[in-house]
Design a protein around this ligand. Structure first.
Ligand SMILES: C[S@@+](CC[C@H](N)C(=O)[O-])C[C@H]1O[C@@H](n2cnc3c(N)ncnc32)[C@H](O)[C@@H]1O
Ligand SMILES: [Zn+2]
Ligand SMILES: [Zn+2]
Length: 252
């Protein structure tokens, strides 16, 4: 089984999951979104993704709309709906990259979720050593992330995966000693901006990553490798494409 197939199969039971600790804002439904009659986590995803646009205008009660991915059931639904698409986005973004010139892949993925980027890069690495550190602030991903760690531990001797639950905007949450040669940021910039973050948050995130990666690289002379940053996000001005389209504004 490929990593992508493993991810999809570990989420294909999403409809039978009962939310535990889900905070869907319909407060009178104590059991979270699985308790709302006729409800479907596809609707939860639409609420999160389109809260500021058409979907929201139809709902006079905006306060009842879900804004966060804080439910394990909806995250399983997310994987079923998006993992394959986001895996393909990374493959497409890398279509002109020659991974043959990278001795290993040591990847830092920010806002990694269930790591569809890893599924793509694992294939592109074609058997060379791959170390992956995924950082995400949402603890509800943990069950899906454990499946990926198990896959690495049991099925591939060249794959080393670790997930950190923490805010990627706080440099202290990022590992201080790894020497990365690939940084992936997929759907994090728009998520941060939608959640009330500012472009300055994004600029300082980039400056922090590049400064710390570059200093270790320079000082330790360990990796004879190119350095790759993969950005993949929404093509929408409101949610940051002006940032993605102007890489020179990202790194000062
Ligand atoms: C739309 S999901 C994308 C997940 C994954 N990268 C993908 O492509 O499927 C956005 C993710 O960013 C995470 N996130 C949002 N703000 C974050 C922050 N400040 N630090 C770390 N993760 C964050 C969310 O928890 C969520 O998992
Ligand atoms: Zn729920
Ligand atoms: Zn739901």
């Amino acid at each position: 089984m490929t990593l992508l197939e493993t991810m999809l199969s570990s989420a294909n039971n999403w409809q039978s999951i009962v939310c535990d600790g889900c905070t869907h804002p319909y407060s009178h439904y104590a059991g979270g979104c699985s308790d709302i009659r006729g409800w479907d986590c596809e609707k939860c995803l639409n609420e999160i993704h389109f809260a500021e646009s058409a979907y929201n205008h139809q709902d006079p009660n905006k306060i009842l709309i879900r804004k966060d991915y804080d439910c394990s059931k909806l995250l399983h639904c997310y994987v079923q709906r998006f993992a394959d698409r986001y895996y393909k986005s990374i493959k497409y973004a890398c279509k002109n990259i020659d991974f043959g010139i990278y001795p290993i892949l040591n990847i830092l993925s920010l806002g990694c979720g269930n790591a569809p980027d890893l599924a793509a890069l694992h294939e592109l690495a074609a058997g060379k050593p791959l170390i992956y550190t995924g950082v995400d602030s949402n603890p509800c991903w943990s069950a899906l992330q454990r499946n990926i760690e198990n896959y690495a531990q049991n099925l591939d001797n060249n794959l080393f995966v670790k997930f950190i639950c923490g805010d990627a905007l706080q440099p202290s949450n990022l590992p201080q000693t790894e020497i990365y040669n690939v940084v992936v940021i997929q759907w994090l910039i728009s998520t941060i901006l939608k959640g009330g973050g500012t472009p300055e948050n994004i600029y300082s995130l980039f400056n922090g990553i590049v400064a710390s990666a570059a200093s270790r690289w320079r000082e330790e002379h360990i990796l004879d490798s190119p350095f790759l940053i993969i950005l993949s996000d929404v093509d929408n001005f409101e949610f940051g494409n002006y940032i993605l389209n102007s890489p020179h504004t990202l790194i000062t």
